[in-house]
Design a protein around this ligand. Sequence first.
Ligand SMILES: Cc1cc2nc3c(=O)[nH]c(=O)nc-3n(C[C@H](O)[C@H](O)[C@H](O)COP(=O)(O)OP(=O)(O)OC[C@H]3O[C@@H](n4cnc5c(N)ncnc54)[C@H](O)[C@@H]3O)c2cc1C
Length: 407
Amino acid sequence: MRIGIVGGGAAGMFCAANLNALKHQVVVLEKNADTLKKLLITGHGRCNVTNLKQPEQFLENVPHNKNFLFSAINTFSPNNLVEFLNNNKIETMQEDNNRIFPKTNKAQTIKNCFDALASFNADVKLETEVLSVSKQDGVFEVKTCNGTYFFDALIIATGGVTYPTTGSTGFGYNVANSFNVDTIKPRASLCGIRLKNTPTNLEGTPLNCKLSILEGNKVVATNLGEFLFTSFGVSGPNVFTLSAKTEKHSIAGNVLSFDLLPNLSSEQIKQTLKTYFKNNATKFVFHALNGLINQKLAKFILAKCDVLENKQCANISNDELNKIAEALKTLRFEIDNFDNLERATITRGGVSVKEINPKTMECKKVENLFFIGEVLDVDGLSGGYNLQIAFSTAVACANYLNGLGGN
Ligand SMILES: Cc1cc2nc3c(=O)[nH]c(=O)nc-3n(C[C@H](O)[C@H](O)[C@H](O)COP(=O)(O)OP(=O)(O)OC[C@H]3O[C@@H](n4cnc5c(N)ncnc54)[C@H](O)[C@@H]3O)c2cc1C
């Protein structure tokens, strides 16, 4: 069979590596001057290549369309990936929360391995941007900037729309739409959240607390952990997870609420402050808060509550105490929206999973047209889940094609 793979990223190259070269003639069409540009920057250049959880626990970390992945992850699990890497002489190491990295600490190690395996099985054409795809009489005609190719099966592995400097600009959605295959409007995920009025004096301040996105009084998503204020709003692990846990397409106009002391109830906070104020009557109120929360934030909260930093604890009124306690429990900022696509780690949205056979990644409407990797409307949390999704969907597709007849 003549098989074309559009996109030489994680999904495309892994699929090429797993196709049977004795049965198929495989061509990878990659628009960049080199393959795996995005993979090289994963895990800060160290490549958190998977997460060694059993499939069931793995899927708990896929907040969007996890059921679609059930078959693919069970067929090619994180354990299978580690085995695959080890069989190809890549030693791996496990870090906190089951995250797996190459022992060299270099994404380049993974790239070298995939490049070698894929080019053994396939003709990898670089600087070959695919411009359009059509199908006639069972054959795909693929027009590129370097000529036209014809394939019996076509695999779209063009990634999402986030981080477009690595080559993923949403081309796969155009292909889907040209075949009347539904796509879900993309948005940024595993990303920062822009605030309407980011307090400039808090930029760079790290915090560890409970964050919630509120639409009116309804909690849209909530998460506990570390993050920091940036020039545009908030970012960091807790915020990334919060963005991925949010099903909504837009959070413009919603509220980001901080529970700075999630282990204490409002009543307990009031009592703690009351006791502190009583026992430290001559101290400045700033010092009372300084013991509880970050110094810069303590200043910010007092200003927000119209309480002077150097007011003595004995002179704090009940009203003021209640205001401070409330701000510690529900400090609110109006949200502008998710961060820009350019900076986000992954894309939420893409080719609708309803259009795809979850066992083979074949498009239900178009025979021999496949979608794998981030181009699909499925995404995981940070921690190696997204690369594993790319690998498992690639293997599902390769296994199916390997099971078909030869030329
Ligand atoms: C900064 C950053 C860090 C990350 N870290 C991790 C991590 O540590 N662990 C993890 O699991 N995930 C991580 N991810 C997510 C992970 O990198 C992606 O989910 C994964 O790369 C998706 O693989 P893909 O092959 O589907 O898409 P991509 O890797 O984006 O590959 C798509 C390829 O298609 C090519 N292409 C696009 N259009 C065309 C066209 N018209 N013609 C020809 N070629 C085309 C592109 O040039 C590109 O090479 C990270 C992402 C970012 C941005």
